[in-house]
Ligand binder design. Structure first.
Ligand code: HEC
Ligand SMILES: [Cu+2]
Length: 347
């Protein structure tokens, strides 16, 4: 009895490790194993190549080891020192040449493709340029060819090359959409990084900051929404339409005074906070509160209220002041949440 308990106790850490591993399998939209575009596809191809070669080597080496262990084990009545072998020219050549060949098979496509991933396509004629700026704890997306800025949901046309130019407004962050491509850092030293990817199919892909950047790093999420070319053009047109303000003039005044000092809607407001144009039709509020239509999402107004009632409770350490400290009443907050929830774009 005692012994069995000991064995169970020894297995517990293993169990813990496996549960952790399995916990990582929950969200498929954060997986590099389900590529949704050519860049992610090629990167997965490289991983598969490396893993297959390693598995083949592993199987062969273990098979030989097992065979040798069994075949040359000490048999009954065998007590002397076995025959000592020193060097075998043929074997040594074989186990030098085979790994060499394997490393070359691994290296040629890896080096080739890694350089290709680093190619600068920013000025390609048919690429859609996007300037990404990371902030503690949100993402800003600017489309210089279209004169449009948005936040948290990156809208892209399917099938087109999206060429990014990435920088940070504060600390080191990393831009990562696992189903579309590997990561790219946004560097605080002023370096600007460029890379590109594209999405084959329409859909919403989940992105994350992949570099520990502060207490709300884990909440620094965003979405990539791939739509067809026509929808993308409609979206750009809708983004450029004049600002829509709250209907109630007093509320509009409060919103302009207290919110548009940092935020922009349409052609009004400032660049300090996320652009709020059409926030009612986005996939999330503040990147992390998922709206209806997303897995486990809530009505957008509910999320907006949750955010506006206490931004620090949602994302500790973020740079948005509490609207109550700006002098807003619960009623005004409700009114603004209602206005923002109904600020939708058709595309
Ligand atoms: C001092 C600048 C500042 C002021 C003033 C301000 N905000 Fe913000 N706001 C921010 C920042 C910064 C964020 C991003 C927080 C984060 O996600 O880390 C934000 C985020 C938001 C978001 C989520 C945006 C998104 O893309 O999902 C909403 C909604 C919002 N603010 C509404 C308001 C409203 C309404 C007011 C006025 C009552 C207001 N803000 C006042 C700076 C400000
Ligand atoms: Cu970050």
């Amino acid at each position: 009895m005692m012994k069995r308990w000991q064995a169970v106790k020894r297995l517990l850490p293993l169990l813990a490790v496996f549960s952790l591993l399995l916990a990582g399998c929950g969200r498929e939209d954060l997986s590099v194993l389900r590529p949704q575009g050519p860049v992610a596809q090629e990167q997965l191809g490289l991983m598969k190549l490396a893993i297959s070669i390693m598995i083949v080597v592993l199987v062969i080496v273990f098979a030989i080891a097992a065979y040798v262990l069994v075949k040359f084990r000490r048999r009954k009545g065998q007590n002397g020192v076995p025959e000592q072998v020193e060097g075998n020219f043929k074997l040594e050549i074989i186990w030098t040449v085979i790994p060499l060949v394997l490393v070359i098979i691994l290296a040629v496509p890896t080096v080739q493709q890694i350089f290709a991933f680093g190619d600068d396509h920013y000025n390609d004629k048919d690429a859609v340029q996007v300037k990404v700026t990371s902030h503690q704890y949100w993402w800003e997306f600017e489309y210089p060819q279209y004169g449009v800025k948005t936040a948290q949901t990156l809208v892209i046309p399917t099938g087109k090359k999206i060429a990014f130019e990435l920088k940070t407004a504060d600390v080191l962050h990393s831009f990562w959409v696992p189903s579309l491509s590997g990561k790219m850092d946004t560097n605080p030293d002023g370096t600007i990084n460029r890379f590109s990817f594209s999405a084959d199919k329409e859909g919403v892909y989940r992105g994350k900051c992949a570099e520990l950047c502060g207490p709300s790093h884990g909440f620094m999420e965003f979405k990539v929404k791939a739509v067809n070319g026509d929808s993308f053009n409609n979206w750009v047109t809708a983004m450029k339409a004049p600002a829509v303000l709250p209907e109630d003039p007093a509320l509009a005044e409060t919103f302009k005074k207290q919110c548009l000092s940092c935020h922009a809607v349409g052609d009004q407001g400032g660049p300090v906070g996320p652009n709020l144009t059409g926030i009612g039709s986005r996939e999330s509020v503040a990147g992390i509160l998922l709206n209806e239509g997303q897995d486990g999402g809530k009505p957008v107004k509910e999320n907006l209220k949750e955010w506006l009632m206490d931004p620090q409770a949602v994302k500790p350490g973020n740079k948005m002041p509490n609207p109550k400290d700006l002098g807003l009443t619960d009623e005004q907050i409700d009114g603004i949440a209602d206005y923002l929830a109904n600020y939708k774009l058709n595309y």
